[in-house]
Design a binder for this molecule. Structure first.
Ligand SMILES: Nc1ncnc2c1ncn2[C@@H]1O[C@H](COP(=O)(O)OP(=O)(O)OP(=O)(O)O)[C@@H](O)[C@H]1O
Ligand SMILES: [Mg+2]
Length: 368
């Protein structure tokens, strides 16, 4: 869904801002610290009701004010989203003037892929970053996934607490005490694993294609889901998950941690048959991360038959001219793209887009 217009009040360093966007490329340029990423953060809030970066809702409210709003309007359908933050930490979400029960109701409307500093390093980063990439994308296409993930994480915390109590001798009952917790963990966990395996299957060929387009490298990028326990068929997941929990019981008791499950899963990413994380250059790892993110955005487009939003926060600083140009062409071909950069960037004459320049903090000027 295309974001036609945004209205910000008391949001970070913007007192009042109203911008109309292009449906293809939107470049947000200006020196460090003027509020470029703040704008992307506001767009992200329209999709998820929270920031990718800030720890608390209070952070969004302008230092001098008591409340803040982010309002976004879509061009394809008559959709208007408003998120209001209050100083006491409360958040109010409205969709077309109707109060939403929770911000999870926003998920799936302005579907998005964020490519920032952390995301551009997902190949080299921690397994948790790669799980987050899958979780964020699958959640946007499947509300049940978001629910299963929340339930799984809560169950995991309870299970680890029980493991600790068992280890410390605070309770008796051993494994039996875990059985009802394990039932939920396995049911929700198996759902997450299946959906992730299917997601990786869907983006696999896109990853290889985007990698080639970005990098002029003929080696094949191969991405595979790497579960914490082996299974051949998806139908075996529940039984093998249970077997692994049983087998690891004594180890889990001594570490107070659940050692198998989707919270320990990862992705294997190979280039030309070798691990990219171990043997690849920084540039290759970056291109592969970008390819995986672009393929994930493309999957959102394929799923909804509607273009997603791509937020590219300061991704261009480490890319050479060829990579920068390729990314600048590829991203808007997938969906409406917002790009921030402290360095000048130009659109080719055939490219549709707008350039916004921020020279003074909080003051946005439209250049083209
Ligand atoms: N709640 C707030 N109220 C007012 N100003 C804020 C608030 N939160 C952050 N800022 C200001 O916003 C500015 C940072 O904005 P932002 O991170 O968007 O900069 P940027 O243009 O992306 O810079 P860079 O190029 O370094 O990434 C800082 O000057 C900071 O003081
Ligand atoms: Mg920034």
């Amino acid at each position: 869904m295309v974001l036609k217009e945004i209205l910000l009040r008391n949001f970070r360093n913007y007192n009042k801002l109203n911008l109309n966007f292009n449906k293809k490329a939107n470049l947000i340029l200006g020196p460090n610290g003027v509020g470029k990423s703040n704008l992307l953060e506001a767009i992200y809030i329209l999709a998820f009701g929270r920031s990718p970066w800030a720890a608390t809702n209070n952070d969004f409210i302008n230092f001098e004010q008591d409340w803040s709003t982010v309002c976004g309007k879509a061009s394809d359908r008559n959709i208007e989203i408003k998120v209001k933050f209050l100083r006491d930490g409360k958040k109010l979400v409205e969709i077309n003037g109707q109060a939403a029960k929770s911000s999870s109701e926003l998920v799936g409307i302005f579907t998005q892929t964020l490519i920032g500093h952390q995301e551009i390093d997902i190949v080299r980063g921690a397994p948790a970053d790669r799980r987050k990439l899958m979780d964020i994308h699958i959640s946007q296409t499947d509300p049940e996934y978001l629910e299963a993930l929340g339930k799984y994480n809560k169950t995991l915390i309870s299970r680890n607490k029980v493991l600790e109590r068992l280890a410390r001798g605070g309770v008796v009952g051993g494994k039996v005490l875990l059985s009802s917790i394990d039932d939920v963990l396995i049911e929700k966990g198996a759902y997450l694993i299946r959906k992730r395996v299917q997601f990786i299957e869907k983006i696999k060929s896109g990853c290889a294609t985007f990698f080639q387009a970005l990098s002029r490298d003929d080696s094949k990028l191969l991405i595979r889901y790497a579960p914490s326990f082996y299974f051949k068929e998806e139908s075996q997941i529940e039984d093998l998950f249970q077997d692994n929990l049983n087998r690891n019981y004594s180890k889990e008791i001594s570490s107070y941690r659940t050692l198998t499950g989707p919270h320990r899963d990862d992705l294997k990413i190979n280039l030309g048959g070798r691990s990219l994380k171990r043997y690849g250059s920084w540039g290759q790892a970056r291109s592969a991360s970008l390819a995986i993110l672009l393929a994930s955005a493309k999957e959102l487009a394929d799923h909804f038959h509607s273009e997603p939003i791509l937020l590219l926060d300061d991704c261009f600083s480490d890319l050479d001219d060829y990579h920068s140009q390729q990314l600048l062409e590829l991203a808007p071909s997938i969906g409406q793209t917002f790009i921030t950069s402290p360095k000048p960037l130009v659109l080719k004459p055939h490219q549709e887009g707008i350039i916004f320049q921020i020279n003074q903090p909080g003051i946005v000027e439209m250049v083209t």
